[in-house]
Design a protein around this ligand. Structure first.
Ligand code: NAD
Length: 419
């Protein structure tokens, strides 16, 4: 999408350096937080359906575990690389701290194209990758979860492979599992629900009634697709939604049910299946005249090139790292309010934490319990970040970084440096 190649690790580093101006951390602690604790890179063979062996590269990057076990998703995508996973791991650390969950931050991924893999190949890749990193994960050490193009089935294979190695069932090794294997009710919807709750808090702050707002959503997966349903249910008009191939637009509002059914059936959006809607590109979606823009796909989508054309009042970042620092400044100057990723999409890690707690204690919480706790944490965190933003006169991203990095830094100071 962007013409200039943007490195997410540079973006993540720029953000920490920006936050340091306000935090003024001790040099040693700042240095520690700028670095990942452990980078695991594995190259592993997998037998494909045609009998040929292919070697895949996988990553598990553990950024920081000062406040608790490493935590973060696993992504399967052709563009997965060391710098991307490092950035995503760092954002996980700040995110867990923003919502005050006792986890650190990690991320993983395998460079592959799941759209070209059979279920059997996907399973063998997952199991072998899990085996390769299994000395470094576990309920007390590092707990993976789903991310782009991984899902509850992939988590089930991870749980099974790890359990086979241990010799007994270890449900707490991953979150986002199927309910039947110790997954939590409400985990599948959790990230989208968190996006929605923080969006509602932001609309209250901006005096922008959610019922009459026009919403454009980039990405129609676990985050974007489910978020679209939450917005529609609240009475908002979802005017656009997209996937990797492009999107749909109807200024009067789309039927999300029809759009998602079409995508499920044909793996893409088809105009004729939806009724009144026109096909648009992802670039066009970002420039649509709307009230709320919700990027829920990949990093570096809103850049200095297209940011001047963004026409919404509010951006709620369902995706990790969708806005570059240069674009941030442009949006801020244009008076566009941003709910940053490490706050907006923290509902996923929050309910992952609930899932892990239930697994460790062998408890089963009700849907209402999960939903109420999640809503409270997301609303409280939004208000905490907003307060910092008002007191320090900074925009919401800096405020969230001040809160998240500040909490991790204080924990690091208290623990001290070993030995
Ligand atoms: P997903 O695989 O369920 O869906 C990804 C969606 O993005 C799909 O609709 C896909 O078609 C679309 N997409 C892929 N490439 C695209 C492109 N170039 N342009 C536009 N759309 C594109 O993944 P997800 O879990 O919904 O994750 C989406 C984002 O949310 C990622 O940034 C992820 O890191 C972040 N996130 C996910 C979770 C979670 O719990 N799943 C939690 C926090 C953050």
């Amino acid at each position: 999408m962007a013409t200039k190649r943007i490195n997410p690790a540079d973006v993540a580093m720029k953000q920490v350096e920006l936050a340091q101006k306000y935090l003024d951390l001790d040099h040693g602690i700042f240095e520690k937080l700028r670095h990942t604790e452990r980078d695991i890179i594995v190259h592993f063979p997998v037998k494909m359906d045609d009998g040929i062996v292919r070697v895949f590269t996988g990553y598990r990057i553990q950024h920081n575990d000062t406040r608790g076990p490493f935590k973060g998703g696993i992504r399967y995508h052709p563009d997965v690389n060391l710098d991307e996973v490092r950035a995503l791991a760092m954002w996980m650390t700040w995110k867990s701290a923003v919502v005050n969950i006792p986890f650190g931050g990690a991320k993983g991924g395998v460079t592959c194209n799941p759209k070209q893999l059979s279920m059997g190949e996907l399973e063998r890749i997952t199991r072998r990758f899990t085996w390769e990193i299994s000395s470094f994960i576990g309920p007390e050490m590092d707990i993976p979860a789903p991310d782009v193009y991984t899902n509850p089935q992939v988590m089930a294979w991870i749980m099974d492979t790890y359990s086979m190695r241990k010799g007994y069932a270890v449900p707490g090794v991953v979150t986002g599992k199927p309910i039947e294997l110790g997954g939590s009710v409400g985990r599948f919807e959790a990230t989208a629900k968190g996006v929605f709750v923080t969006a509602v808090e932001a609309t209250k702050h901006l005096n922008l009634p959610i019922e009459s707002s026009k919403v454009a959503i980039q990405g129609a997966g676990n985050v974007g697709g489910v978020a679209a349903r939450f917005f529609e249910r609240a009475g908002a008009r979802v005017v656009a939604i997209s996937d990797s191939k492009g999107g749909l637009y109807n200024p009067k509002g789309l039927s999300i049910d029809k759009a998602l059914k079409c995508k499920n059936r044909y793996s893409c959006f088809i105009e004729e299946e939806i009724g009144e809607a026109e096909i648009i590109t992802n670039e066009e979606l970002l420039q649509i005249d709307c009230d709320i823009l919700v990027p829920c796909a990949l990093e570096s989508q809103i850049t200095e090139e297209n940011a001047p054309k963004v026409k919404c009042k509010l951006v709620v970042e369902g995706a990790n790292g969708p806005t570059t620092p240069e674009a941030d400044d442009i949006l801020f100057d244009a008076g566009i309010f941003i709910v940053p990723d490490i706050l907006a999409n923290a509902g996923g890690v929050t309910v992952s934490y609930f899932e892990w707690v239930q697994n460790l204690q062998e408890l089963l919480w009700s849907e209402e319990e999960v939903s109420t706790r999640l809503t409270n944490i997301m609303s409280r965190s939004f208000l905490e970040v907003l307060r910092i933003s008002q007191e320090r006169k900074v925009h919401m991203r800096i405020a969230a970084l001040i809160l998240g990095i500040g909490r991790v830094a204080e924990a690091a100071r208290l623990r001290g440096i070993f030995p």
